[in-house]
Design a protein around this ligand. Sequence first.
Ligand code: PLP
Length: 398
Amino acid sequence: MKVSRRIETLGQGVFARNDLRKCAYKKNTIDSTKHNLIDLSLGSTDLLPPPLVIEEISKSLGDPASSSYCLHDATRPFREAVSSWAQERFSVTVDPDKEVLLLTGSQEGTAHLPLAVLDPGERGLILDPSYPSHLGGLLLADAQINRLPLRLENNWKPDFALLKTSELEQLRIMILGFPHNPTAAVGDQSWLEQAMDIGLRNNCVVAHDNPYVDLALEGEAPALLRCQGWRSCGIEFFSFSKAWCMGGLRIAFAIGAEPLIAALKDLKGVVDFNNSLALQRGAILALTEEAHWPRQILEIYRDRRDRTVKAFDGIGWKLPLPSMAIYLWLPIPSWALDRGLQDESMAAELLDKTGVALTPGSGFGQGGSGWLRLALVRPVSELEEAVERIGKWWCFEN
Ligand SMILES: Cc1ncc(COP(=O)(O)O)c(C=O)c1O
């Protein structure tokens, strides 16, 4: 059966291959001497959402309104809570009716946005490496794609000077995201100011994917809402998945320029209805009564980061200290490169020999090749066990 050219372009990629390997590994562990799987390959946390939020969702599920389709008007309490949160968090006044949109995820929002704002063949820019929905959204919208390489030597700063003036003039959308998955760099407000300046001068949408805004371990996370001009061409995506540990519950939101919110809302009107009222009520509680939750979570990740980086140091694998929570970004050691291992083959070998699943960096773009991503989504004891197993493999191979 023929499928669309778009689907063929999306391809299966590194993530799907990694998933298949994990499934095969799990099957193998059933009656063999292989280690149990320690899965550190997904940014899906073991930490729990605030109990009050879960109680509110459970209670609200009994309300018949929660099982009805939810039209835009019914989402007003949620949008008002978002607007108050933005006022509190960034001292910015946001119109809940025109500048806020409920989303299923920051992934869903960033993937749909290019379809809402680009015509086929128009040009979009992503960071390389970057979260896969940024590329996927542009591919689905039949966009031409510019990839802006991020480099460790530059402290992962996007160097817009690499783009020619003619390229900047053709850009219709830029998709950025700091704190940055996968490099685990918090980034800097001035980088967004620069992007916004380019956006305003070239009539280009500046989209900022910011699900980690509350998870900076060092310094302050940048936010597009702090840039002058976001009301002209900016849109920022926030999520409950990371800081409130609600990834599986699927709820997020965008705040942005009125025409961009309107376009995304129209697009989503074709694709789905809004999330259930029960979920929205839980999310309202997260933004209000449980606004302190991210700070607690942050300290847990700080402890995990410090202990895991120290454990890696102990086996001789030196890592740059990440400035955001949840991820470590591991450079493949030169001896492994000399042995011909690349990120995907090294992830496969580590899984096979140690039972530890990591993500090959090239899953985030060419700029991620030569790196592995480790998500700090298990308790410290398991993280230390993972490093210990890797250490044994390291001694044997090196
Ligand atoms: C940069 C980035 N954007 C979006 C997402 C997905 O967020 P959500 O659960 O809100 O769809 C992730 C998840 O890892 C991410 O790292």
